[in-house]
Design a protein around this ligand. Sequence first.
Ligand code: ZN
Length: 700
Amino acid sequence: MLYPVELRVQNCRTQAYQFLRVAGTASIQNLAYTFRVISPRFGIRVLQSWLGVTLLTCSALAAPVSAPSVILITVDTTRADRMGFLGSQRGLTPNLDSLAKQSVVFSRAYSQVPLTSPSHATILTGTYPQFNRVNDFGMPLAETLPYLPKVLHDHGYKTAAFIGSVILDPKSGASPGFDRGFDEYDTGFASTGDRYQVYEHRAADVVSHAVDWLKAHPRSACFVWIHLFDPHAPYEPPEPYKSRYAANLYDGEIAYTDAALGTLLEQLKKQTLFDGSLIAVMSDHGEAFGEHGERNHGIFLYDETIHVPLLIKLPGQRFAGTRVDQRASLVDIMPTILQALSIPIPKSVQGKSLMALMTPSVPGASQRKPEDRSSYAETDYPYRDFGWSSLRSLRSDKYLYVEAPRKELYDQTADPQAAHDLSKQSPAITQTLASQLTALRRGTENTTKAPESAMNPALGQKLAALGYVSSGSVVAGASNENRADPKDKIEIANLVQEALLARESGHLQDATSALEKALSHDPGNAVVNRNLGTIWVDQQDYARALPYLRKAVELSPNTAMDRYNLGLAYLSSGNTEDAKTELEAAVAKSTSENSQSLGNLHYTLAAAYSRLGRADDAKREMRKSLALQPDDYESNLVMGQMLAQDDPNAAIPYLQKASKVQPTSPDPHILLFQIYTALGQATSAAKERTEAERLQQAGK
Ligand SMILES: [Zn+2]
């Protein structure tokens, strides 16, 4: 007799791994296409946008073929100072440098959030994080927000996204709502395989999917978003970049990504799409290599993670070679693209089109003083996931102001590295910028109730594989005024990130020693305790895991994920009574709206009840799991098994469903064989037995 509940609990590698069951979608499509050369897409629409004339748009109709296509390329984690077109001598970006010659280059472009999904939300909605509320992983992009893909789709554009990281996969729960307005949202992350199948895709693969799609849509006005994740940690470029850049693998990732973009640009030219299209290239945020003590990104708001590359090639290479030195922000991208296409900008958009900055001054016209645009940035990551203070910053005039428990002020013209804090010697300027920042936030914030995070254990595990901490709820800690200044804690964030990446690569010794080091600095850190606990759960060493997991729950009692981790460790170590208590708490505390995540909680609680002999409670929880995830293989299988004895006829449909969901598994057929045998239905029993044996043979 099978005991799938037990098997699944015993076999689990970690609390989260066992639930890593997000169905992979096969994204590689055999797109049949004919290669048709069409004339450059350079027509009336572009001319009208040049003349500042707005077309009467008819959203129900397809965009005219002559409408310029838009190719939006976001290269993750890419520092501005690695770009040849921004002065880098490293020679990493020949393709982007060549594109830059045909584009308008922004030398001072700034991200609004140093994190992937929040920054992309800003780019694609043209709104600030305090308005769009996508300020962490798992925060849903509300339907009421203006959204570039949706606006373009409504104007007849064919829309497609090609995504390089699971962070931007709505199906994973990390970025719910990001697929709105897209005809195609190509993620294709598998549930098993290496990291380039499960967590990220190589640039060449993403580009190849995009190229296939473009070839299949030769006559349409398109909006194509291409997201390339390679420069993000871990730095592992493929050969020959791995050898060539062995001394600086991050640079190797950038060189590799640039080469992949070269392929894309070549294809656009081949399809005569290049000249008529608007091509915008930017990074969502940069990367720190120890500047200000930070490694990676997410905690601080200095230039190493906030200053980003940005170039915009307008249709017909309009204004090619222009360099804009005024400050620009990623929140300005959406209104810029819409203005360039002569499409009305939705009223709720908060960014400001950059078109006016791109227009070269007319000879003879009176010299206008360049407009100073301030740029706002923020990060809630230190607060939401570590319990420290959030940070906000404002770049205005020549200053960078950072709002933190200990405020900072830098003169960016004299001190581009932001090494000399002037806040003490210039309190009046500090105060002025603080007031400006408050006014900007007040004028742009959203006062409606924030949506719930879609964070779940499986997603937490995926984010951990990319070096991020995430719990789906704010870590309990000091009150607002007394929260730690991230400046005092940055090494802990570094060590945790290092540990998460080491763990993902299987270097558990490195992971535990980094976390133990972090714990010696800060014994009361919930994140560190949680991660040490789950590493020992991984090793099935529950005696070592439990003190850390108990501490994490003590520090963060309202975090469903911590209650769940502890419950699972108890369940795995045979302490079913305590497991039941923690899992009941996890169900009660969960704010997740993700049906799979909630379903898994009920599934695990069913396992605890089942072990305690509380069959009715177990069935009730399993019904809840099935209501949330009717196609879940294990829930159907276990439900069938639980019903087999008392109500065999009721068990049959669940097992048939399980066999449909996983047609290669012999288990449902073994159970069906047993049930039909007990019911005296010899023919059906024989059929199931044959099928079970066939599948067992095939699986060997
Ligand atoms: Zn990113």
